[in-house]
Design a protein around this ligand. Structure first.
Ligand SMILES: [Zn+2]
Length: 264
């Protein structure tokens, strides 16, 4: 297991088995704060044990940035600890269970977990050394992000991806909330962003993504007012293209689903 040390307090495990999904660990005073679990129990256990051994710390907490399977499927090592999630987490999780046909056993398992719901914001640690988690929405209604002021690091969840396009084909994606959140980040003091998938980025990536989404929303609103069909939208010369490679056409997929919801 290759663990990336971003700063002496921040460690990232990136799994190349599924779109470079990241799980993170922040050393905060005398405890370890994990952000997202990664793909399965075995991977999560390995990461947790490595971090416990490395730091000689036992106390752990978990924060889940959102309720998609690639971020919450390694719950085993966290069953007994505090698990911090958005106030919209449970509702979104239930929707996802239906959508992806998760079995009864898995459903019961998630329902048995003791989730600590954050209203709008939650701070862990003391004034000199703290991490703040905040409701954002955007990629999905229950998306939250974290900020660690000491190292000026933002934990974006899937509200920011790198080396691949942004992913927005969900029923509960809201591009207006997403853009507002990105604007908020641009005002913050940030050196590094740990993204949901891909390599850490600098702040300019936030701006490029925000500009892409702004252009896209304007274009889709104009298209809706002109009553264009989805086909016309996708083949339109002004339809924005994403600035990184998009081998699986995520952008078109997102546009199609988002636009259909706009005009329905
Ligand atoms: Zn993801």
């Amino acid at each position: 297991m290759n663990i990336i040390e971003l700063t002496p307090s921040i460690f990232i495990y990136q799994d190349d088995n599924y779109y470079l999904v990241n799980s993170c660990c922040v050393i905060l005073n005398s405890e370890l704060i994990f952000i997202d679990t990664g793909l399965n129990d075995a991977v999560a256990k390995k990461f947790v044990n490595k971090m416990k051994n490395r730091t000689d710390m036992k106390d752990i907490k978990l924060v889940l940035t959102h309720a998609h399977g690639d971020h919450i499927s390694g719950m085993k090592p966290f069953e007994r600890c505090q698990i911090i999630v958005s106030k919209y987490f449970r509702a979104s999780l239930n929707e996802n269970m239906k959508r992806y046909g998760w079995g009864e056993k898995r459903k019961k398992y998630y329902n048995s977990l003791n989730l600590d719901i954050l209203a709008e914001q939650k701070t862990i640690g003391d004034e000199d050394n703290q991490i703040i988690f905040k409701q954002m929405g955007g990629h999905s209604l229950e998306s939250i992000y974290g900020y660690f002021p000491k190292d000026k690091v933002l934990f974006a969840g899937d509200n920011l991806l790198s080396k691949m396009p942004q992913y927005f084909p969900f029923d509960n994606t809201n591009l207006d909330d997403w853009i507002s959140g990105l604007q908020e980040w641009e005002k913050m003091d940030i050196d590094w962003v740990v993204v949901g998938h891909g390599d850490v980025v600098k702040k300019d990536h936030i701006t490029r993504v925000r500009e892409f989404f702004e252009e896209l929303v304007l274009f889709l609103e104009r298209s809706a007012s002109e009553k264009l069909s989805v086909e016309q939208v996708l083949s339109h010369e002004n339809c924005p293209t994403y600035f990184e490679e998009d081998p699986e056409n995520w952008t078109n997929m997102g546009i199609e689903i988002y636009y259909n919801r706009m005009i329905e």
